[in-house]
Design a protein around this ligand. Structure first.
Ligand code: SF4
Length: 264
């Protein structure tokens, strides 16, 4: 099945209200729309349940209640709008997070969905993405307010998408979107990958905010790829940040904070 041909329906995992734990929006309250399907297989993936579409998805009954209704997949556009409206209690949320999986695999659906959801909620739209699908990004660019782009280091993730990342970041930078780059680091991370990433970003705009995210090790039953990843040593993190700051203006180290406070 070519999932990009799906236009009027979306395969979803879940919709819920939670506190964002990563990157620039850490600590803000968001309506999360988690889409099904991912075309990557990162070694550290904590969302392997999104790789394929389940028969059903779940929607939080009231924002933050953690009680869910179960509904069949796929979900039509008007129904998804109604669900988002239900989450959108006045003054509660700072933005809507499109997450996954890889939300850009649903770009044809998002072209129709995003203008409508923006008009009914007035909330900014934030895209969380693997940063490797520039063509699909271009299609929905006018409807986005900010982008959190993963830059996958081959030594850490097992994925290699340098050219696509470069094109993707160029598009974000040109559009003057609020964009930041997230780079997951582990004990296995190589300096040559980090340097290549830094030079790629520097070449586009050295002021782009970069988050180094020390990997959260997966529990033994949740490792779905051939490699197990281990958290970087403190000395590695200090040394990598110091070296990257020689090339880039803004390099911060922030772990996945939502895991400390048991958010989804
Ligand atoms: S891009 Fe995200 S969802 Fe896909 S495999 Fe990598 S970490 Fe998992």
């Amino acid at each position: 099945m070519n999932i990009e041909t799906i236009k009027s329906t979306a395969r979803l995992i879940e919709i819920f209200s939670a506190i964002q734990g990563e990157g620039l929006n850490v600590g803000t309250r968001q309506i999360f729309i988690r889409f099904a399907f991912c075309d990557l297989r990162c070694h550290y993936c904590d969302s392997a349940h999104t790789w394929n579409a389940p028969d059903t998805c779940r929607i939080e009954k009231l924002p933050g209640s953690r009680e869910f209704e179960i509904h069949p997949n796929p979900v039509s556009l008007p129904i998804l709008i109604e669900w988002v409206k239900r989450q959108n209690i006045p003054r509660l949320h700072d933005s809507i997070s499109l997450t996954g999986g890889e939300p850009l695999l649903h770009s044809n659906f998002l072209i129709d969905f995003l203008p409508k959801v923006r008009s009914v909620t007035s909330l900014p739209i934030y895209l969380e993405t693997g940063g490797h699908r520039p063509e699909q990004l271009s299609k929905i660019l006018p409807y986005l307010d900010s982008v959190g782009m993963d830059l996958k280091l081959p030594s850490t993730s097992g994925e290699s998408h340098w050219q696509a990342h470069k094109q993707f970041l160029k598009i974000c930078n040109r559009a003057q979107l609020e964009v930041f780059v997230k780079i997951v680091i582990s004990q296995q991370t190589s300096w040559s990958d980090l340097e290549q990433a830094a030079l790629l970003i520097k070449d586009i705009n050295p002021k782009i905010l970069v988050f180094l995210q020390p990997v959260t090790p997966l529990e033994p039953g949740k490792v779905f790829t051939s490699e197990q990843v281990f958290a970087p040593f403190p000395e590695q993190v200090l040394s990598w940040q110091a070296s990257l700051k020689q090339l880039l203006d803004r390099v911060r180290v922030v772990p996945q904070t939502h895991k400390f406070i048991d958010q989804l």
